[in-house]
Design a protein around this ligand. Sequence first.
Ligand code: G3I
Length: 366
Amino acid sequence: MRYSVDAGARHYYAIFFFCVFAIGRVSHADETQHPPAVAESLADAFRGRLKIGAAVEPAQLTEADGSLLVRQFNSVVAENAMKPADIHPREDTYNFAPADTIVDFAQRHHMAIRGHTLLWHKRTPDWFWIGKDGQPASRELVLERLRQHINTVVGRYKGKVYAWDVVNEVIDASQQNCLRNDKWMQVVGPEYISAAFRDAHAADPFARLFINDYSTHEPAKRDCLVRVIKGLLADGVPIQGVGHQMHISIYWPSVSSIDSSLTAFAQLGLENQITELDMSLYQHKDYRPATSLQQRLTFQGQRYGAVMALFLAHREVTAVTWWGVADDHTWLNVGNDVPGDDQPLLFDRSQQPKPAYWETLRGRPL
Ligand code: G3I
C-alpha cells in the first residue's frame, strides 16, 4: 500500500497525541504519589482556624524566602528586629528601620504581625542598668525606663502588631519562686513582670499580651508557669495567653507532654500560641545522626503531622509560627559548635516543600 503524505501526517499526529495523552496520564499519576513542586498555601489551608506565621529578618523579604513567605504564610514576627537591644540600643536612640521594614511588608501583603519581645534578659541593653552618674540604676529608674521603652515601641506599632510577647523566658523551675534570677529580679524584683504587662496594655489596650517561654512541655517548667500566671491573674494583670516557643526535635518531646501543657493553660482560660516552632533533625547537642537523612526527614514529616493534629485539637491554640521560613535560614545552623546542616523547617534550602510540609498540610481542617 502506498503511503500518502496525508496518511503519513495523520499517522504522526496520532502518535503525537497518543504520547501527549500518555505523558499526561503518567504525570497525573505521579502527582498523586509525589505532590506537585508548587504547593498550595498553608495559610489558605488553615484560614479561619490558625494563623500561620514565620519569623524573618528584613533582608529575607527581598530574597526567595520573601516570596515564599507571601505565598505560604499570613503572619510574621521579627526574628530579632524588635528585641530591646536591637530596637533601642541606647537610651536616646531607637533603631526602628529594620522593624518598620517588616511591619510595612506585612501590611502590604495583608499579614498579621506578632511582636517579639518587650523584655528578655538576653537582649536587655546594658544602659538599662546604669544610672546617670554611672552608678547602678535604681529600681525606680529601671521601671521608668521599661515604661518608656514599652510605651514607645508598642505605641509605634499600635493597631498593627496584634499580639506581643511581653516577657520572654522569665521562668526558671530550679528557683523556689519559679522566676529566673536575672538582673530584672535582682534590681526590680518579681513585679517587673506585672509592670511590663500593665505598660503594654496601657500603650495598646487591644493588643493581645503573651508570656513566652521554651520547654513548656516539661512538667516542672509548666507547673511553674501555671503558678506564675495564676499569681498575675489574681492581681488583675492583663495577660491573654501563653507563647510556647516549641523548639523541638524529631526525638523529643512526646506529643502527650505537649498536650498536657496546652491543657493546663487552656484550663486557666488562656489562649495558647505556638510562637517559635522548629524541629531539629538532631538530639539536643548530640550531632551524631542515628539514621539516614532521608529517614529523619520522613520521620520529621510524621512528627509535624502529629503536632499539627494536636494543635488543631486544642481550640484555644490560635496561631502557629515557625522560627524561620525555609532551611536556608535557621538559628540552629549558626555558631561554631553546630554542624550547620540542620533542616528544621517545612521548606528546604531551595524553598521547596519537604515531607514536613505535606504532613503539616494533611492535617488541614476539612
Ligand atoms: O546583626 C549582627 C551583625 O551585625 C553581626 O555582624 C553579627 C556577628 O555575630 O551578629 C549579628 O547579630 C546576631 C543576630 O542574631 C542576627 O544574626 C547576634 O549576634 C545573634 O546573637 C542573634 O541571635 C538571635 C538570638 O535569638 C539572640 O537574639 C537569633 O538570630 C534568633 O533566632 C534567636 O531567637 C531566639 C528567640 O528570640 C527567643 N527564643 C529562642 C530563639 C532562638 O535562640
